[in-house]
Design a protein around this ligand. Structure first.
Ligand SMILES: *[C@@H]1O[C@H](CO)[C@@H](O)[C@H](O)[C@H]1NC(C)=O
Ligand SMILES: *[C@@H]1O[C@H](CO)[C@@H](O)[C@H](O)[C@H]1NC(C)=O
Ligand SMILES: *[C@@H]1O[C@H](CO)[C@@H](O)[C@H](O)[C@H]1NC(C)=O
Ligand SMILES: *[C@@H]1O[C@H](CO)[C@@H](O)[C@H](O)[C@H]1NC(C)=O
Ligand SMILES: *[C@@H]1O[C@H](CO)[C@@H](O)[C@H](O)[C@H]1NC(C)=O
Ligand SMILES: *[C@@H]1O[C@H](CO)[C@@H](O)[C@H](O)[C@H]1NC(C)=O
Ligand SMILES: *[C@@H]1O[C@H](CO)[C@@H](O)[C@H](O)[C@H]1NC(C)=O
Length: 288
């Protein structure tokens, strides 16, 4: 009898955990609709949009290693462009669930949208009648904060967050073309608390565009989130997020990290080469 009770409780807990997880996949954050005029509501554009959304959903179910896919349907004024991006630490399954949900949710939230975006914890889905591939977009952006304050040494906390997100921006932006532009950082605040942070750009951006986008996101942090225990700034092309809890899947990130570092003599050589290159560059820039 007792063991039956135990199993019932365990089962309820498991169910709860599964429900919570499933909701987390598509935990809604924000959306924006740019609406069509009534005359275009039932147009070819809507047909293309539906084709686009099902293509995005089905491509999210492939073994999509970078959690990103962009595609387009239709011709000239009826052409629709769209993409999804999933948070870099999440599994294919989580990504897939989020995108599948998003393709249905976006038409509920924006029934007459001609250009719409919807943000969730796990993914972002976006479409437009204007080609936005490989372009930096910082609008519509928004920020979110964890309202609780850091009460001890808030200034040092803010500085550490600043250093961490700058480290992230540099690492996310330097990913090679076609790879995930994603990085996480764990910084110790004191003996009891760490600061966990994450940055990501859509992988269709160049390194310099990714850097530009993340810099703008970082510049938004003091306004929203100074001395807060958590905060995020999200744009269509990039976002940053920090918390004092480990909100990302660190083991997944570690598993994906590059193989062990090359021998130290190689570093020394690279270091010397970079230094020489840098000195040359400095000399050049001084001429102007
Ligand atoms: C677009 O339409 C949606 C749903 O009908 C509405 O909620 C939203 O406010 C509209 N957006 C704009 C910018 O007019
Ligand atoms: C669009 O199509 C739907 C379903 O076919 C129809 O109910 C609606 O009246 C149409 N709207 C316009 C503006 O033509
Ligand atoms: C992925 O999308 C393309 C169009 O962009 C489509 O041709 C293809 O069938 C999709 N893949 C799957 C598995 O549906
Ligand atoms: C996806 O990847 C998993 C693990 O690598 C593999 O077992 C599976 O067959 C792959 N599925 C497809 C459709 O490629
Ligand atoms: C995805 O975007 C790139 C530009 O970033 C473009 O060259 C490519 O054709 C797009 N893919 C599809 C399927 O439209
Ligand atoms: C955090 O600090 C601000 C400014 O000092 C204050 O207005 C706010 O009420 C505090 N929030 C909480 C949750 O204590
Ligand atoms: C996190 O960022 C800080 C500040 O730039 C840096 O010192 C540290 O090495 C980074 N940690 C990791 C794990 O990348």
């Amino acid at each position: 009898m007792n063991s039956l009770k135990f199993y019932v409780i365990l089962l309820s807990l498991l169910t709860l955990a599964i429900i919570t997880l499933a909701q987390e996949d598509a935990n809604y954050l924000y959306h924006n609709c740019q609406n069509a005029t009534t005359s275009t509501i039932n147009s070819t554009y809507r047909v293309n949009l539906n084709l686009l959304l099902s293509s995005l959903a089905s491509n999210a179910t492939l073994n999509n290693t970078i959690g990103f896919y962009n595609t387009s349907f239709g011709q000239s004024t009826d052409q629709v462009y769209g993409l999804f991006i999933c948070r870099g630490d999440l599994s294919n399954t989580v990504c897939q669930n989020c995108v599948t949900f998003a393709t249905k949710d976006i038409v509920q939230r924006c029934p007459v949208g001609i250009a719409s975006i919807v943000y969730y914890d796990a993914c972002i889905l976006r479409y437009s009648n204007v080609n936005f591939f490989s372009k930096v977009d910082q609008s519509p952006g928004f920020s979110l904060l964890n309202t609780q304050n850091i009460t001890t040494e808030p200034q040092r906390f803010n500085n550490l967050v600043g250093a961490a997100v700058n480290d992230l921006a540099a690492r996310a932006a330097s990913a090679p073309p076609g790879a995930k532009k994603f990085a996480v950082n764990k910084t110790s605040f004191n003996a009891f608390q760490n600061i966990y942070s994450l940055a990501q750009c859509t992988p269709d951006l160049s390194s310099s565009d990714c850097n530009r986008c993340l810099s703008a996101a970082i510049a938004g942090l003091p306004n929203c989130c100074s001395s807060k225990i958590g905060g995020r700034v999200l744009f269509p092309s990039c976002y940053i997020h920090y918390e004092i809890t480990e909100f990302y899947d660190a083991t997944a990130v570690a598993a994906e990290s590059p193989p062990p570092p090359p021998p130290s003599w190689l570093f020394l050589l690279l270091h010397l080469l970079v230094q020489r290159h840098y000195q040359k560059k400095k000399a050049v820039s001084q001429q102007f």
